[in-house]
Ligand binder design. Structure first.
Ligand code: C2E
Ligand code: CA
Ligand code: CA
Ligand code: CA
Length: 281
């Protein structure tokens, strides 16, 4: 194939073929895992910045590839979104996360990531997002105040009105809303502030760029911190990997910290031991 002219063989290079094959395999694997309930939730600890006590976990989905490896959500979530599988996966995540959290000590919360397609379903035969959450809370017995849903700026910007009304309904249930990956979107701040969220999560890229260029990044972080204070929302720093970053974000007045310094996402089998070692009096 390499003997064909310069621009003619691009579609069928061996590399391309491999990418397409992997992609097709992933699509099949996603549907298969959905029907066989083979997705797995890992849980990453979230700590109080001030006391360093455990306050909750973020649920992070994994897809076993069937050969002993985990496929990361960064790879398969965008595909699941494209092939229309994400809202069913997302419903499963909500139900499972609530069921897990109901077995934890009662002061601990669980945070669940949402995709745009999970909103705006209440006009179809499907159960809408609010009903799914309500049902998951009922079935698990989890106090709504222990559930937090994470959305992103881009998710909101895609469908502002639908998202807004469902977020309000979720807040009315007592569920918390976190604005995830804050600072990576280029949203219209004045419309962003009209959303009923209760927490800002500073994107982990800020920790990384602060490591590289503290003088430039510090004032930006300071601004985000004072914004969150004047809005009366909680502030969480993600991607905290070093003691210096802990000191930075704690010093800036963050309420909570999350990152490898405190714990990687834990497989379900490791949760019991972790909870015992982080028991609070
Ligand atoms: P996210 O919501 O921003 O989650 C944080 C990601 O950063 C996780 O990657 C986590 O493992 C990783 N992380 C945590 N602490 C550190 C750290 O100190 N350093 C570094 N370098 N990374 C850290 P993960 O688990 O691969 O998830 C990637 C993304 O996939 C998530 O980003 C989220 O957007 C999406 N995702 C995960 N689970 C779900 C889900 O159930 N539903 C949806 N819709 N998306 C999900
Ligand atoms: Ca998140
Ligand atoms: Ca994030
Ligand atoms: Ca992210």
């Amino acid at each position: 194939a390499k003997t064909v002219g310069r621009n003619c063989n691009v579609l069928f290079t061996p590399d391309m073929q491999q990418v397409l094959t992997r992609r097709r395999r992933l699509e099949t694997r996603i549907w298969e895992a959905l029907h066989a309930q083979e997705f797995i939730l890992f849980f990453q600890p979230i700590l109080s910045a001030r006391t360093k006590q455990l306050e909750g976990f973020e649920a992070l989905i994994r897809l076993p590839d069937g050969f002993g490896e985990m496929i990361s959500p960064g790879e398969f979530i965008p595909i699941a979104e494209e092939i229309g599988a994400i809202s069913r996966i997302g419903d499963w995540v909500i139900r499972s996360a609530c069921r897990f959290a109901a077995t934890w000590p009662e002061h601990l919360t669980v945070s669940v990531n949402l995709s745009a397609a999970q909103f705006g379903r209440n006009f179809e035969a499907d159960q809408g997002l609010v009903d799914v959450v309500l049902q998951a809370l009922k079935d698990s017995g989890l106090d709504p105040h222990r559930l937090e849903l994470e959305i992103t700026e881009s998710l909101v910007m895609e469908r502002t009105d639908v998202v807004l009304s469902e977020l309000k309904a979720l807040r009315d249930l007592g569920v918390s809303i976190a604005m995830d990956d804050f600072g990576t979107g280029y949203s219209n701040l004045s419309s962003l502030w009209q959303l009923p969220f209760t927490k800002l999560k500073i994107d982990q890229s800020f920790a990384k760029s602060w490591r590289e260029n503290a003088a430039t990044v510090h004032p930006i972080l300071d601004t985000i911190a004072s914004l969150s204070r004047s809005l009366g929302v909680n502030l969480t720093a993600e991607g905290v990997e070093t003691q210096e970053e802990d000191d930075l974000f704690t010093g800036l007045g963050c309420d909570q910290l999350q990152g490898y310094l405190f714990g990687r996402p834990l497989p379900p089998a490791d949760m019991a031991a972790f909870l015992i070692s982080h028991r609070t009096p």
